[in-house]
Design a protein around this ligand. Structure first.
Ligand code: ATP
Length: 271
């Protein structure tokens, strides 16, 4: 059987209101939405629409969410693949997968291509010692560069890629006409964590009146949006297990403790 080469979603429901905080990043990607919706307006004076932008920031900060929101706002198809899927691939498969992806995206243009964890394929060439898979990774990277260079000026496919290691990327990726824009997606500050809690409290069936999102934000310094989504979900599970009718303050505190415990364990394994 043929493995799925990439994901394709022609009906993304995510919009900017699902992305809490990240005002600067949202402003920058709003421009990409405008390019997709109204390319003629932008090219009328001879300017070229950018082909790609790099979303840079720590894990779980909403890079994938933001890329989906661009597609949702512009109402265009969203094609995605993850760099880590390429790690154990047979020779030639990576490059042909990239070729197919771009072909489909062009046929359905205007459209968005999203490459998560681009560092897995976009590491500086000739700098890794893992023999074997390295050639394949370079082939895949070269194909990606070839595809982006091959875009005509009116292709109207925009490639977004996410990474938390912009420093290891091959400089060729950042050259003009490729990923020449970088958009920073940072960990949320207090205000932003409060906004993220507001988004993720909504799906909970019942939350105690006394719960205030500023209090919750103060309990979660250093948490990413993904961590906060996790806290809200855990809190609902903890409360339900106790047979409660509503999720309360203590359930959130217990959930925070659990997530902090998980984060500490994860860091221990890394260091
Ligand atoms: P990774 O680098 O690990 O792939 P990412 O930056 O792409 O992470 P997402 O996958 O977008 O992060 O985030 C995971 C989930 O966390 C989202 O689906 C969402 O539920 C929640 N989340 C993260 N950031 C935000 C945010 N700014 N606003 C609302 N929810 C968020």
């Amino acid at each position: 059987s043929k493995a799925k080469l990439f994901d394709q979603n022609t009906d993304i429901k995510v919009s900017f209101k699902d992305v809490a905080g990240l005002e600067g990043a949202k402003e920058e990607v709003q421009e990409i939405v405008d390019f997709l919706k109204n390319p003629k307006k932008y090219t009328s004076l001879g300017g070229k629409i950018p082909k790609g932008a790099l979303l840079v920031g720590p894990p779980g900060t909403g890079k994938t969410l933001l890329a989906k929101a661009v597609a949702g706002e512009a109402k265009v198809p969203f094609f995605s693949l993850s760099g880590s899927d390429f790690v154990e691939m047979f020779v030639g498969v990576g490059a042909s997968r990239v070729r197919d992806l771009f072909k489909q995206a062009k046929e359905k243009s205007p459209s968005i291509i999203f490459i998560d964890e681009i560092d897995a394929i976009g590491r500086a060439r000739g700098k890794s010692n893992f023999s074997g898979s390295n050639d394949e990774r370079e082939n895949t990277l070269n194909q990606l560069l070839t595809e982006m260079d091959g875009f005509g000026t009116n292709t109207n496919v925009i490639v977004l890629a996410a990474t938390n290691r912009a420093d290891v990327l091959d400089k060729a990726l950042m050259r003009a006409g490729r990923f020449d824009r970088q958009i920073y997606v940072d960990l949320p500050d207090l205000r932003e964590r409060q906004e993220i809690f507001e988004v993720h409290l909504k799906p909970l069936k019942k939350v105690n009146e006394e719960l205030d999102t500023e209090f919750l934000a103060k309990q979660t310094p250093g948490f990413s949006g993904a961590d906060i989504a996790n806290v809200c979900n855990e809190a609902a599970l903890i409360a339900a297990r106790k047979g409660k009718e509503a999720v309360g303050k203590q359930d959130f505190l217990d959930a925070v403790d659990r997530i902090v415990g998980g984060l500490e364990k994860k860091n221990k394994i890394i260091t």
